[in-house]
Design a protein around this ligand. Structure first.
Ligand SMILES: [Zn+2]
Length: 468
C-alpha cells in the first residue's frame, strides 16, 4: 500500500512539472524544409511535443473528435487511430509523436534549438498497369532521373518505413522496384528496367501517393522538381488531347452490355476493378469531355449507378467513368483506333450458388516435390491440409469437389490440368503457400488468374477479397 501511495505521489509531481515545462518551452516544427505555420503555439513538455489541431490540417491529416474526448486521425493512405486530446491553458492540443505513430512518420527533436523536424514514411510501392505508385504517410515532393537502365525517384523529407518491401514486377518493361534510404532525409525508389523507358508524374505534388506512368514515349525525366516538370510538359501535350464524341450502350442482353466510347483519336486508358462493392473505373488520360456530354446511359439491370467526371492528370484534361454494378461482373477493355469498348458480362458459370458445380481443387506440389520448406515443415503438406479443408467447405455448399491429389504424390502440371478438363470442371483452383526468409515480415495472399480471360479474373478477385 505504501508503495502505491509513493507511486501516485511521484506521478502527481511529474504531472505538475510537466505542466510547468509546457508553459515554458515553445517549439518550432519543420516539414518539407518549411516551418509549419501552426507551430507558433506548439509546446514541448520534456517528453512529447503538443501541437494545435491546425497543424494536422497543414500536414494533410484528417481528424474528427470522437465522443470519448479522443481525436480520431486518418492519413491520406487510410491509416487511422485515436489519440487523446490534451487540454492546455489556451486550447486543446495533441501529441504529435502519437499521431505519427499511428499514421506513419518520424519526429526528430533537437533540444538545443527547440526544433523538431517531421519526416514522412515511405510505406509501400505498387506496380499496376504500367504505373508505379509510391505510398507515403504525408504529402511529399520528389525528384526523378534516369541513370543507365534505372529510373530513380528520390522522395525528400522521407524515411523508409520498416514495413516497406521491394516489388518484383517481372517485365516486360520493369523488372523490379527496389527501395532504400539514400541519405538521412531522402528515401529512394529504383525501377530496374528491362527495356528503355521514361517516367511521367501523374499526381500533383506534394501528394501522399505519387503516381508515375512508365513507358517508352513519355516526356523524359529530369533532375528538376516534378512540380516544374509537370507544368512545363502540360503545354505541348494539351495540343493533342483526344476528345470524346459519342458514348453508347450496345449489345444489351440479360448477360451484359458493351459501353462504347468513341473518341477523336486513340485514347490512353487506365482501368481498375473492385468486387467489394462491384465496380469498374476507367480513366481516359489527356481526353476532353465536351459540355454536351453530361451523363452516361445506365439503362441496364446490371448497372447500379454510372458516373462521368471531368478531371485532370499531369495538368492535362482527363475523363473518369465509374460504373457500379448490382453483382460481380467480368469485364474487358477492347482498344480501338477511335475509342474503347468496355465489355461487361455476368462471369461464365456464375449462377449465384455452388450447388451442383464441379470444382477441381489442386493441392500444389507433392511427393519428391516439397515446395517451400521451413525446417520439417513442407509446403506440399500444408497445401494438402488447406485443400482438404476447402473441400469440406465447398461440399457443405453443395459443390462436387474433385482433388488432383489426396495423398503425398508427385503430379505434373499437365496432369493436373488434364483432370480438370476430363471432369469438365466449372472451376479449377490451385492452392500454394509462399515462403519468406524473415519470419513475421510477410502477410496476406497472392491470387493468380489467366490474364486474357475476364471471368477467371472476376473469380480471382472475389476469392481474394473474401479472404483478405
Ligand atoms: Zn508452391
Amino acid at each position: 500500500m505504501k508503495l502505491f501511495i509513493k507511486t501516485v505521489l511521484a506521478c502527481f509531481l511529474l504531472a505538475y512539472f510537466a505542466g510547468t515545462v509546457i508553459a515554458d518551452t515553445p517549439v518550432r516544427i519543420f516539414y518539407g524544409g518549411k516551418e509549419l505555420a501552426c507551430s507558433s503555439k506548439a509546446v514541448y513538455d520534456g517528453k512529447q511535443i503538443f501541437v494545435p489541431l491546425s497543424c494536422l490540417e497543414e500536414l494533410g491529416i484528417a481528424y474528427e473528435q470522437s465522443a470519448n474526448a479522443n481525436l480520431a486521425v486518418t492519413s491520406a493512405s487510410g491509416r487511422c487511430g485515436e489519440v487523446p486530446l490534451t487540454q492546455l491553458p489556451n486550447e486543446k492540443m495533441i501529441a504529435l509523436d502519437r499521431v505519427l505513430e499511428i499514421i506513419g512518420g518520424e519526429l526528430v527533436w533537437d533540444e538545443s534549438k527547440s526544433n523538431a523536424i517531421i519526416y514522412a514514411h515511405l510505406q509501400s510501392v505498387e506496380f499496376v498497369d504500367d504505373t508505379i505508385k509510391i505510398n507515403c504517410s504525408l504529402p511529399v515532393r520528389c525528384t526523378t532521373r534516369k541513370w543507365q537502365n534505372k529510373l530513380i525517384v528520390d522522395i525528400r523529407d522521407t524515411k523508409l518505413a520498416s514495413e516497406a518491401r521491394e516489388v518484383y514486377v517481372g517485365g516486360p518493361i520493369v523488372d523490379r522496384l527496389r527501395l532504400g534510404q539514400y541519405d538521412p532525409s531522402t528515401a529512394r525508389v529504383v525501377a530496374d528496367l528491362l527495356q528503355d523507358a521514361n517516367l511521367a508524374l501523374e499526381s500533383r505534388v506534394p501528394a501522399a501517393q505519387l503516381v508515375f506512368l512508365v513507358g517508352k514515349d513519355l516526356p523524359k525525366s529530369g533532375t528538376q522538381d516534378n512540380l516544374t516538370q509537370s507544368q512545363s510538359s502540360a503545354q505541348p501535350a494539351q495540343a493533342q488531347s483526344c476528345k470524346i464524341e459519342v458514348i453508347t450502350l450496345e449489345s444489351k442482353n440479360a448477360d451484359g452490355f458493351d459501353l462504347i466510347i468513341q473518341t477523336s483519336s486513340k485514347p490512353q486508358v487506365v482501368h481498375s476493378y473492385g468486387v467489394k462493392p462491384p465496380e469498374v473505373e476507367v480513366f481516359l488520360k489527356n481526353t476532353l469531355l465536351p459540355d454536351e456530354v453530361t451523363q452516361l446511359d445506365a439503362n441496364h439491370p446490371l448497372i447500379k449507378s454510372a458516373k462521368l467526371t471531368k478531371t485532370t492528370a499531369s495538368s492535362q484534361p482527363a475523363v473518369k467513368f465509374n460504373l457500379a454494378f448490382e453483382r460481380i461482373v467480368a469485364y474487358e477493355i477492347l482498344s480501338m483506333s477511335n475509342g474503347i469498348r468496355l465489355r461487361v458480362r455476368i462471369p461464365d458459370k456464375a449462377g449465384g450458388t455452388l450447388r451442383g458445380k464441379t470444382v477441381v481443387i489442386d493441392p500444389g506440389h507433392g511427393g519428391r516435390e516439397k515446395g517451400a520448406c521451413w525446417g520439417d515443415l513442407y509446403e506440399k503438406d500444408l497445401n494438402l491440409r488447406i485443400a482438404n479443408a476447402v473441400k469440406v467447405a465447398l461440399e457443405r455448399e453443395g459443390a462436387r469437389v474433385i482433388m488432383t491429389r489426396e495423398t503425398d504424390v508427385a503430379l505434373s502440371l499437365a496432369a493436373r490440368a488434364q483432370i480438370a478438363l476430363e471432369r469438365r470442371a466449372d472451376l479449377f483452383v490451385s492452392i500454394h503457400c509462399n515462403s519468406n526468409s524473415s519470419p513475421g515480415s510477410a502477410s496476406g495472399i497472392e491470387t493468380y488468374y489467366h490474364m486474357d480471360e475476364p471471368s477467371p479474373k472476376a473469380l480471382a478477385y472475389a476469392i481474394h477479397e473474401a479472404i483478405c
